[in-house]
Design a protein around this ligand. Structure first.
Ligand code: AMP
Ligand code: MG
Length: 417
């Protein structure tokens, strides 16, 4: 064996996808990133580091849910009609409470505080104006159209949990609870490099045996989709010393190092041996297709994912292992969620033993179920199949014949809303 090459036997025997993921999550649990305070305008997608307990009611005061007239519900007519003199008006933002007498009402807008003597709002569409009064008919409900204080969130209630990813609505909850900043996990620092003597940039003419480097952009896109801007991407040749220097330098600066290519058992695949030399290999090769050669290790405390260079393998292994790792490093609750399910739209015969991840289109049909149609282009080098896919369909280990309608696990891909 050439020097620097690692035989598989030196490392653990291959793991299943589930074993490998469990391993990755355990490694990330030991490396949870510190938290920082971030202004809400910049906190979208970040992972909350602490529980949010409301310090005041939301809404903070009883208010009107509609534009109309606030009055005493006990005075509503049981039958016929009743006149109420409009004693005052109360708009949203009104600075003081307003009192009003028996037989009177207050014109009120949505969000305005309910006057202390009122318990009911009759919507303006349901009244007839008559000079300085309104006429209300029977059939109005006592207590209608009022939003009590705290009906959304009570003071002392836990409104958000540590590990929640900040969606637009959760940013809204933070703001409604009086927070202009969120305490969130620091973003992981990520180095990304692509390896291969055959790679040239997309704007360079192809020489003999050369291909355009696509992984740089698809992996960069995966990271940016998670809100992570990687360090400037380096292209490294299949040169052991250059790779050694790049790996070590990146590991010293970053929390996570991702490489593409050079991780199989070919003559110029130096990464497994190198990671073993300068760090530690946690696992190499997983019982899956595509993406079998993936390696997970560590160098100087940084996690290292060496992904296979085949563009589909690169993206599938990113989605299955690197994405959960990036989420888990930030303490996200999402990494541990159970898999999503869909029904297979056509029969599928699986003849090999490894778990398989088919590129598939999803469709929600009238039966309410999500149906997955595997795409034609399933080769691990066929980016087009990946580009057309909404999700990976996860077929479990072992040969099996799956019928149309079979329920399968799916792994959503970016772009699926
Ligand atoms: P490797 O994992 O280095 O053995 O590469 C496997 C296959 O993926 C080969 O056909 C490579 O040419 C191709 N490949 C490797 N890196 C890239 C890349 N950055 N962009 C596109 N294809 C790549
Ligand atoms: Mg290569």
């Amino acid at each position: 064996m050439p020097p620097g090459h690692a035989s598989e036997a030196e490392f653990e025997s291959r793991l299943s996808v589930e074993q490998a993921r469990t391993r990755v999550l355990a490694l990330c649990a030991e490396r949870r990133l510190a938290s920082e305070s971030v202004a809400l305008d910049h906190a979208l997608g970040r992972v909350l580091a602490v529980d949010l307990v409301a310090t005041h009611d939301q809404p903070p005061f009883a208010n009107s849910a509609m534009d109309g007239f606030a009055l005493r519900g006990a005075e509503l007519p049981r039958e016929g009609e009743r006149r109420f003199r409009v004693a005052a008006q109360m708009f949203a933002g009104a600075p003081v409470d307003i009192g009003f007498g028996p037989g009177e009402c207050v014109r009120i807008t949505t969000g305005a505080p309910l006057p202390r003597d009122a318990d009911t709002v009759v919507i303006k569409e349901n009244v007839r104006l008559d000079g300085d009064a309104i006429v209300v008919g029977a059939g109005e409900r006592v207590g209608a159209n009022v939003r009590p204080a705290g009906e959304d969130i009570r003071a002392g209630e836990q409104a958000l949990c540590a590990g929640d990813a900040l969606t637009p609505a959760r940013l809204g909850v933070l703001a409604a609870c009086g927070h202009a900043h969120a305490q969130v996990a620091r973003r992981p620092r990520v180095a990304l490099f692509v390896t291969g003597d055959e790679l040239v940039p997309p704007d360079q003419a192809l020489g003999y045996g050369q291909i355009h480097d696509s992984n740089r952009y698809s992996l960069g896109g995966m990271l940016r989709g998670l809100g992570i801007e990687p360090e400037p991407v380096a292209h490294l040749r299949d040169d052991k010393e250059a790779l050694r220097v790049a790996l070590l330098e990146a590991a010293r600066r970053c929390d996570l190092v991702i490489s593409s290519g050079g991780v199989s058992a070919g003559e110029a695949d130096y990464l497994p041996g190198l990671v073993a030399e300068v760090g530690r290999v946690h696992f190499w090769k997983v019982r899956m297709k595509p993406g079998m050669p993936i390696l997970c290790g560590e160098i100087e405390g940084a996690l290292v994912f060496a992904l296979p260079g085949n563009p589909v393998s690169t993206l599938a292994t990113f989605q299955l292992f690197v994405r959960p790792a990036l989420l888990a490093l930030q303490g996200s609750n999402e990494a541990g969620l159970p898999p999503r399910k869909a029904r297979l739209a056509m029969p599928h015969m699986k003849r090999h033993e490894r778990a398989e991840y088919l590129r598939a289109r999803l469709e929600w049909r009238d039966d309410g179920a999500c149906w997955a149609t595997p795409l034609e282009k399933q080769g691990s080098g066929m980016l087009r199949g990946m580009a057309d896919a909404d999700a990976l369909v996860a077929l479990p280990e072992g040969a099996c014949a799956l019928e149309a309608g079979a329920v399968v696990d799916i792994v959503p891909l970016p772009g699926l809303c």
